[in-house]
Design a protein around this ligand. Structure first.
Ligand SMILES: [Zn+2]
Length: 332
């Protein structure tokens, strides 16, 4: 497989170089699976700066009226009807899953890592915490798939902290089971099985962005990223989240925890996650994580007209630099 990229160069008269003609560069890359493009820019200040905003103090402020903190979680969050979830809410360890009071899809769930974890900085995320939450979501989507044959498109997602789109501070994941795919799910569902294999083989061979395999889950830095510091995982042999057995769920949770610890190391505390399934033969379950702007007053959004209006991410770090920072953490 050819990984398509092109570096574009033009001259400006640069004030930093006494207005002499100076080349400036931008690189365009095309995603090997669904073909969208990304822009990698260089040479300016960081587009996604780290911050020293006191997240813990903001956490204390928001905890007082948080719906997901005890005792409000038990008292005010919705319950599923008994034909879907007889016990009303799904529990795994400390994780608690309940319906999203504002439906995002035909069946949509919210799951907290723990009612007690109102503040969960990414350096404190562990595989066990992620595994309980992910297992609750896998249980939920499995029950929905058995309950309603119309709802075949499954994803498990996260908005983490306000800049990522989360309206509540308390960390949580969200499950979605719907009769219709999202745009990206639909595009991915048309990718033939051999193309997933080819992509993985190519990245393994090149070694610049391939990060390693954890319990059968293959981790990569995205070639043409959707956003800042994009990490991708592919789970060969699994097409949709409800097919994740206990072992694979644990392996995927381990990788997600390591990814989030890496984001903390890089100076970030807000991210989006999507685990995107499709009900089509040969589909390979895909996982993506991107960093979002740090929560702080008057922050610059990491989403600009390129992302919002052109469907094209513009980032200023390369996937290869990210792979270097990740080092060996996804290898066994
Ligand atoms: Zn809370």
């Amino acid at each position: 497989m050819e990984l398509k990229r092109e570096v574009l160069t033009s001259d400006i008269l640069d004030p930093r170089n006494e207005y002499r003609p100076t080349p400036v560069e931008v690189e365009v890359r095309w995603d090997p699976l669904i073909g969208y493009s990304s822009r990698l820019v260089r040479g300016g200040g960081p587009l996604l700066p780290a911050s020293d905003f006191d997240l813990e103090a903001f956490g204390r402020e928001t905890a007082e009226r948080c719906f997901f903190c005890p005792p409000r979680l038990e008292a005010v969050t919705p319950r599923f009807p008994p034909e879907l979830v007889p016990e009303g809410r799904i529990r795994r360890g400390e994780a608690v899953l309940f319906p999203n009071i504002q439906a995002y899809s035909l069946y949509s769930s919210v799951s907290v890592y723990s009612a007690a974890l109102h503040y969960l900085p990414l350096e404190k995320v562990t595989a066990a915490i992620v595994c309980d939450n992910l297992a609750a979501q896998v249980d939920f989507v499995s029950r929905v798939r058995r309950h309603d044959a119309r709802a075949a498109w499954v994803s498990i997602n996260a908005n983490h902290m306000l800049p990522s789109g989360s309206s509540l501070f308390h960390p949580h994941m969200q499950g979605s089971v719907d009769p219709h795919p999202s745009t990206v799910q639909e595009l991915l569902s048309r990718v033939p099985a051999e193309r997933f294999r080819d992509y993985l083989d190519t990245e393994r061979r090149l070694g610049e962005r391939y990060l390693g395999s954890l319990g059968g889950v293959e981790w990569l830095a995205g070639f043409a990223p959707f956003g800042f510091n994009e990490l991708r995982a592919l789970v060969p042999g699994v097409g949709s989240p409800e097919q994740l057995d206990q072992e694979r769920t644990g392996a995927l949770a381990e990788g997600i925890a390591r990814a989030l610890n890496l984001y903390a190391e890089l100076g970030y505390q807000s991210f989006n996650l999507a685990i995107q399934g499709a009900p089509t033969d040969g589909h390979v379950l895909g996982v993506r994580l991107v960093c979002r702007s740090n929560p702080q007053p008057l922050y610059r959004s990491d989403v600009a007209y390129f992302e919002r209006m052109h469907w094209q991410a513009m980032v200023d770090g390369t996937p290869e630099e990210l792979a270097e920072r990740a080092g060996d953490r996804f290898r066994g």
